[in-house]
Design a protein around this ligand. Structure first.
Ligand code: HGA
Length: 610
């Protein structure tokens, strides 16, 4: 994902910008660039590859100056080349760095070309530079030029803008991609992530959607909201204790990572949602061509990632009309698969180094797949490097061995894939409803996490149990599988996940008062079927624990049923939401049993052996 750093300071900003880019390296990128104002002129370097390549250019030819913007790019429009790297300039009058996608760039580009502007890159971003130059030529201020240009842009962006017409000014804007202002002493900074600026300040203003900010010499900061009103936003001091490598106030990394999910889901969505759908370019510049050739999908993964793949099969077939097969990597790699024409090979792995998944990708290379997509949490990992295209899940470091936030962000990535592939197939209204539901998903997740105390109380009933059964139907069958896996992994209770309709074909024989049965019951088309299955459990004296939508009406008047209600959510996103209480349940049961929650016996975080 791209990164932005910008500064207006009392000193040379070159080193500040370079250090900021280095601090953003963990996000993954393919090129980097920097523009600094020197003697009222824009001076620029851009380089493909690591920030070290840009640093070499700066060593050869420094860019001194007191105002500048810099960028690490993860290409969406146009290959990773020096010409496509940011900042983009227009006639040395404007410099722009941009995170996100301008959905209507093609129309804007045609208009600008007709007006005589020459494009030197294949990016969507360059239209912004030329639009701004056109506005400035009409005599408006840089701030007004940005304000008016934003009105013409569709899509998602975080921007940093400079012009020699106002050499001590940097303008920032955010809509759908994150941007923070770093507050210094008589200095001001911008970045897509506060981590990029911790070497110069620990005080930040988190810009809100639609905000526009002007940074001026002397540390002057002026913010205008989406209504055009001047606003004061609070200044927050960065909490170092929140760092990824520390547990903060949490007892275990796993609990911290469960509670991080609203935030990381938001990050996973940033800059990738259009107004009414997901542009294929969110998956990189080669994705539109590859997706156009995709007729079916083979998903390969292990463990928790495999369960994410199983959920995605329901989504991709229902909402994108694409046939999907899902298989564990260790089986696939020793089969003799017959590959249908136009099959996209999709791998899922938190670390990107999972040996079985990597071997499956290498094995698949000679089998005639149309291409490969990796969905992964670690940029630069082997899986990412060896796949044709990749999408980062942006979950941040996951320390707990039992995966939580890596799973839910994989689901977000798979929902983005569903929407990107379904763009021409699903109805516009359906896509728009799902995009809106994704936007509010972090808040809905936060509400579910408020059930923590209730779930902790529920966990008491499991501490002495040796077995448990998890039931779900439809896309919630894999959620049940994942719930069972989590309980096994960290509490060592034997647990099985089953499609609820299969109960009567065997596992019902196990049900008695000693076998807790956990079920997820969202309000969907299979609810009545599920309720009948739950009656079968009650009739055999089983103890039921149901996580249910508020409106489903499961009778919990008897002692043999306990129901916890979850808020309503778009049916498609329910698997994501219903995963959270199952994670919390496993966590609290493990704590009661006194197991090593973060490093359960016999397991490792990144499984780099076969
Ligand atoms: N669309 C721009 C920026 C890409 C981006 O934000 N990636 O995370 C480009 O392709 O340069």
């Amino acid at each position: 994902m791209c990164g932005i750093v910008a500064a207006v300071a009392q000193r040379n900003v070159e080193g500040i910008l370079l250090e900021g880019l280095k601090r953003l390296e963990y996000r993954g990128y393919d090129s980097a660039g920097m523009t600094v104002m020197h003697r009222d002129a824009l001076t620029r370097h851009r380089a493909v590859g690591k920030v070290a390549a840009l640093e070499e250019c700066l060593t050869d030819a420094p860019l001194p100056g007191r105002a500048g913007i810099a960028h690490t790019r993860w290409a969406t429009h146009g290959k990773p080349t020096a010409a496509n790297a940011h900042p983009h300039h227009s006639d040395d009058q404007v410099a722009v760095v941009h995170n996100g996608i301008i959905e209507n760039f093609e129309g804007l580009k045609r208009e600008l070309e007709a007006d005589g502007y020459t494009f030197t890159s294949q990016t969507d971003t360059e239209v912004i530079a030329h639009r701004l130059a056109a506005m400035l030529a009409e005599g408006v201020t840089l701030f007004e030029a940005v304000q008016q240009t934003l009105g013409t842009l569709g899509g998602a962006y975080a921007l940093g803008v400079m012009s020699p017409q106002e050499p001590d000014v940097v303008i920032g804007a955010r809509q759908g991609s994150p941007l923070v202002v770093g507050v210094g002493i008589d200095e001001a900074f911008l970045a897509s992530d506060p981590l990029a600026l911790l070497q110069v300040t620990d005080r930040f203003i988190y810009l809100e959607e639609g905000d526009l900010v002007e940074l001026k010499d002397g540390g002057h900061i002026c913010i205008i909201d989406r209504q055009g009103q001047r606003v004061e936003r609070p200044v927050h001091t960065f909490e170092y204790a929140d760092g990824a490598a520390s547990k903060g106030d949490y007892r275990h990394f796993m609990l911290k990572e469960i509670f991080e999910q609203p935030a990381v889901i938001r990050t996973a969505l940033e800059g990738r949602l259009g107004k009414t759908g997901v542009p294929a370019e969110s998956f990189g510049p080669d994705a539109p061509g590859l997706f156009a050739r995709t007729r079916q999908i083979q998903i390969i993964a292990c463990g928790t990632s495999y369960h994410a793949g199983l959920v995605a099969r329901y989504w991709l077939e229902r909402y994108a009309g694409v046939p999907v097969q899902v298989e564990v990597a260790s089986e696939f790699r020793y089969r003799h698969p017959v590959v249908a024409d136009g099959t996209l090979f999709v791998t899922l792995s938190q670390s990107g180094e999972t040996a079985d998944t990597l071997a499956a990708l290498r094995f698949a290379k000679g089998l005639g797949y149309v291409g490969s997509l990796a969905i992964c949490n670690v940029p630069g990992s082997s899986l990412v490097r060896e796949s044709d295209i990749a999408l980062m899940t942006h979950a941040g470091p996951e320390i707990g061995v039992a995966s939580t936030k890596a799973f839910t962000t994989q689901l977000v990535a798979l929902m983005l894939l569903t929407l990107a592939l379904g763009r021409d197939r699903a109805s516009g209204d359906e896509q728009a409803a799902m995009v809106n539901a994704l936007k509010t998903l972090p808040d809905t997740c936060r509400q579910v996490l408020l059930l923590d105390d209730d779930i902790e109380a529920l966990a008491q009933a499991f501490a002495e149990k040796r077995h448990a059964l998890f039931l779900g139907r439809g896309a919630h069958f894999p959620v049940a599988l994942e719930g069972a896996l989590k309980l096994k992994e960290i509490s060592y209770i034997h647990a099985e996940g089953y499609p609820a309709g299969e109960l009567k074909h065997g596992p019902l024989a196990l049900v008695d008062s000693d076998m807790p049965v956990i079920s997820v019951a969202p309000n969907d088309a299979l609810l009545e079927k599920l309720k009948s299955n739950l009656q079968e459990v009650r009739a055999r004296g089983g103890q039921l624990f149901v996580f249910a939508d508020e409106g489903v009406g499961i009778d919990d008047s008897d002692d043999d049923v306990q129901v916890l209600h979850l808020p309503g959510v778009h049916e498609a996103l329910a698997p994501l939401l219903y995963t959270l209480p199952l994670q919390l349940l496993s966590y609290h049961v493990a704590v009661l049993k006194g197991t090593d929650v973060d490093q359960p016996r016999n397991l490792a975080k990144s499984v780099t052996v076969e």
